[in-house]
Design a protein around this ligand. Structure first.
Ligand SMILES: [Zn+2]
Length: 255
């Protein structure tokens, strides 16, 4: 029996399987391509946002998103941050940004604060609409972080990552690992509240504003020029430092 003319065989690799139902994970399966305009269209109708995809092989050749499927092809789809050496093939993404910057959806406020503490430039508001996220991402070359894979399917979106974990500390570890950000960590250089870069201040300069216990216990302080907050090496810092240390390897500490 011949296969139906207008279906192709798909296989998704690595974490792209997160977007598939269990029976389609890690195996080749047939999918109707009748009515799809391109391989990108077919991949998204299967449930995988195009922003997650870096490499598509059709019958062993790397192709662009616009490749039309006629049926009968074998399609292999690889994720953006797949570690295999696929350099000679056609990547669909521009190279990762050297200084990655982010915009986070309204549900990822805690992750935004963690990422800022790790030194990353993160735009976040708890009332962002999807269109505002996309506009901010495009205007400033920011990577969208979201748990809404529908958002990443929008045509205009070029850089995005769908966060799988729900716990904010697990999300931080996930994003650092998935986007290979370990070399970009600059812990405790940015205000977790307003995203401005912090500057060190002499204790004497902020002494009058410090709670009594803090005044006695700490010597190093940072001031946020954006919101005026003062930071010191408190328990929250300690927790984040522990969280970041395995990633930083060299034990990036305070600046
Ligand atoms: Zn601030």
């Amino acid at each position: 029996m011949a296969q139906p003319a207008a279906s192709a065989e798909f296989r998704f690799y690595e974490e792209l399987n997160d977007f598939l139902p269990a029976e389609r994970r890690g195996v080749a399966f047939r999918y109707s391509v009748a009515g799809t305009r391109s391989v990108k269209d077919a991949i998204e109708s299967i449930g995988v946002p195009h922003t997650e995809v870096d490499l598509i092989l059709v019958d062993g050749e790397s192709v662009g998103f616009g490749r039309v499927l006629r049926g009968g092809e074998r399609v292999a789809v690889y994720p953006v941050f797949e570690l295999l050496d696929i350099a000679p093939l056609q990547h669909l993404r521009p190279r990762p940004l050297r200084e990655p910057r982010f915009v986070l959806d309204a549900h990822l406020g805690k992750l935004a604060r963690h990422l800022r503490l790790a030194g990353f430039d993160c735009l976040y508001r708890n009332d962002y609409r999807d269109s505002e996220l996309v506009t901010a991402a495009l205007a400033e070359n920011r990577i969208i972080l979201t748990r809404d894979k529908g958002l990443l399917k929008q045509r205009l979106v070029t850089h995005g990552y769908c966060v799988r974990n729900t716990d904010s500390e697990a999300q931080l570890r996930e994003v650092l690992r998935a986007l290979q950000l370990e070399a970009c960590l600059r812990p405790f250089t940015r205000c977790r509240e307003c995203n401005a870069e912090l500057r060190e201040v002499p204790k004497a300069e902020v002494l009058a504003r410090l709670p009594e216990k803090v005044r006695a216990a700490y010597e190093r302080f940072q001031l946020c020029p954006g919101c005026g907050r003062i930071f010191w090496e408190g328990t929250h810092y300690e927790r984040l430092r522990r969280l970041l240390e395995p990633a930083a390897q060299s034990g990036a500490g305070f600046v």
